[in-house]
Design a protein. Structure first.
Length: 532
């Protein structure tokens, strides 16, 4: 196939890719979008499992770059479900006429940089070759599905599904014996609905996760009208929050350690009733101090004991560690589902799933037989989608070599040795610890600004300086050490993927990150180097 030449190639057509394409086209650049899926939406295209919905409220979890768009779109629920979020992404693609620029069902397999031409050669699984000056990876933090390599999996005669690669037309579990492996966020959302449909559901749990009630409900027209009456101001205040959402949410700033037992109980109960992530805002020190955190964790464990009738099951479902250290889950009747006669919990913490057989799987020496097995085993987070491509920068150095001991970036946006390559919500940016739609908009606008600067300066390439990258990696690391986040085996650290280096990947604190980006811009993009 003949090589096609563009100013910019954007890989991925989720929220990040869509906005990036829109901005670069607006700058007059020739842009090509490449997307593995058959349509736009990214996360919301792939994750069609029952119960899939956002856990940041929809009024926050949406674009803010266009006021007409945010005014006209109507979210029907507090936390919208996957079909509605996908419909929104499709609406955005139509409204801003983005689809003609995107080639679907095309996976990028390699990207190699040429130091002489300052350009990237991008190859795909369809045999296309693109020659581009700028290469923007909008490939997603949670888009590389992780399925453990269970021995014998191919022998299993039943159906298997991964929550992150769910069939487009859904799955009917009526009358079937179903097994589900994993108890993270996707499992917690899907288990109540699969249990209601299947004849029998067995949940294999390695580690219990904390979940709080989402308290999802239809949108409140009065609350929506209030936000929409001054949406830009609401968004501005949201960006000042640690995770870039919920500026009007109540927050306890005081220490739980200073509260009496009765005050503690009252406050936790009040925040439990509010629903969702707000629970961790009950006091100011819950994520800073292990002793403070233990009070919140104890409260949730007491709730689990109240909700789950069988004491042994309640005990197994009660997480041991720090609440919020792994991503907190928000559910609708998750714990109560274990009171159903057709739901069984199998603890595989000591005796993991050993292998599959033709009829099911073996764990702890026992064979369980199933018609269907669901893998709710999550993602190779943050780095997976990048490292699954053969990306080579200066001197032919591959990204896999460069990141062998963990990801290294400057601001989560660029990688030293890989000029003109940008990563959206890359490791080292707030990414998965903040409202990600706000995060991708911020990155799209910043990448746009860096490219505009380069063009104004008549330069050929821009690259992160190695010293700036080293300092930034150190900053991200030191910052995480001030919190409780690195103290558990979470996917933020890569702990869910065997052999993955343990490095805390996200930058904690959206407002400080924004301030840093502003400072860098004010200092003529300090830390970035132009090449002529
Ligand atoms: C179930 C679920 C619920 C979530 N809920 C929330 C929430 O409530 N709030 C929140 O802030 N975040 C949430 N997230 C995180 C979510 O991923 C982001 O909010 C957001 O959708 C990311 O958009 P993106 O465009 O960066 O990446 P994605 O939506 O992941 O899109 C990346 C795209 O890149 C494509 N791609 C990857 N590699 C290649 C390749 N080599 N070639 C071609 N195409 C490629 C993928 O097919 C994908 O379509 C959730 C994630 C999941 C999985």
């Amino acid at each position: 196939m003949a090589t096609q030449r563009f100013d910019a190639v954007v890989v991925g057509a989720g929220f990040a890719g869509l906005y990036m394409i829109h901005l670069l086209r607006g700058e007059g650049l020739s842009v090509k979008g490449l997307e593995r899926a058959g349509g736009v939406g990214g996360t919301w295209y792939w994750n069609r499992y029952p119960g899939c919905r956002c856990d940041v409220e929809s009024l926050d979890y949406s674009y803010q770059f266009s006021d007409p768009l945010q005014q006209e779109w109507v979210w029907t629920e507090r936390y919208s479900a996957q079909p509605e979020i996908l419909a929104y992404a499709e609406h955005v693609a139509t409204r801003f006429e983005l689809r003609p620029l995107i080639q679907f069902e095309t996976r990028v397999t390699s990207a190699h940089y040429d130091e002489h031409t300052h350009r990237w050669t991008v190859a795909t699984d369809k045999g296309d070759v693109f020659d581009t000056r700028f290469l923007i990876m909008a490939t997603g933090c949670l888009s590389a599905a992780n399925t453990p390599a269970f021995p014998g999996l191919r022998d299993f005669k039943g159906r298997t599904f991964h929550t992150g690669l769910w069939p487009q037309n859904g799955v009917d579990f009526t009358g079937r014996r179903v097994g589900i492996i994993g108890t993270g966020s996707s499992a917690i959302q899907s288990i109540p609905l699969i249990a209601a449909q299947a004849a029998d559901l067995t949940v294999f749990q390695r580690t219990a996760n904390f979940s709080v009630p989402a308290r999802n409900r239809p949108s409140d027209p009065a609350a929506v009208a209030r936000v929409k009456s001054n949406y830009p101001d609401y968004r501005r205040r949201a960006r000042q929050q640690a995770a870039a959402f919920g500026p009007d949410n109540p927050r306890g700033l005081d220490s739980v350690l200073a509260a009496t037992p009765a005050q503690r109980q009252r406050r936790f109960e009040e925040y439990w009733q509010l629903g969702g992530f707000m629970f961790l805002g009950a006091f100011g020190d819950l994520m800073l101090n292990e002793a403070a955190n233990a009070y919140a964790a104890d409260f949730v464990r007491s709730k689990i004991r109240e909700m789950v009738k069988d004491p042994q099951t309640a005990e197994l479902l009660s997480p041991k560690g720090i609440i919020g250290c792994k991503r907190l889950c928000a559910d609708t009747h998750y714990y109560e589902t274990y009171n159903r006669a057709n739901v069984h919990l199998v603890d595989v913490s000591q005796h993991p799933v050993e292998r599959f057989t033709t009829r099911g799987l073996v764990a702890g020496g026992v064979e369980y037989t199933f018609d269907d097995v669901v893998f709710a085993t999550g993602f190779d987070a943050m780095t997976g989608s990048l490292l699954r491509m053969d990306i080579r920068g200066k001197n032919g150095v591959s990204l896999n070599e460069k990141w062998a001991a963990g990801p290294l970036t400057y601001l989560g946006l660029m990688i030293a040795g890989f000029p003109n390559l940008f990563t959206m919500t890359g490791p080292g940016s707030p990414s998965v610890l903040a409202n990600m739609v706000t995060g991708v908009e911020q990155h799209a606008e910043y990448i746009h600004d860096v490219i505009t600067w380069l063009r104004k300066e008549n330069a050929n390439a821009v690259e992160a300086r190695i010293d700036a990258e080293r300092d930034w990696v150190q900053t991200v690391n030191v910052r995480s050490q001030l919190t409780l986040y690195p103290r558990c085996n979470s996917w933020y650290l890569g702990a869910n993927v065997p052999g993955k280096p343990r490095v805390f990947m996200p930058y904690i604190g959206f407002p400080d990150y924004t301030a840093k980006l502003d400072d860098v811009r004010a200092e003529h993009f300090a830390g970035f180097e132009l090449q002529r």
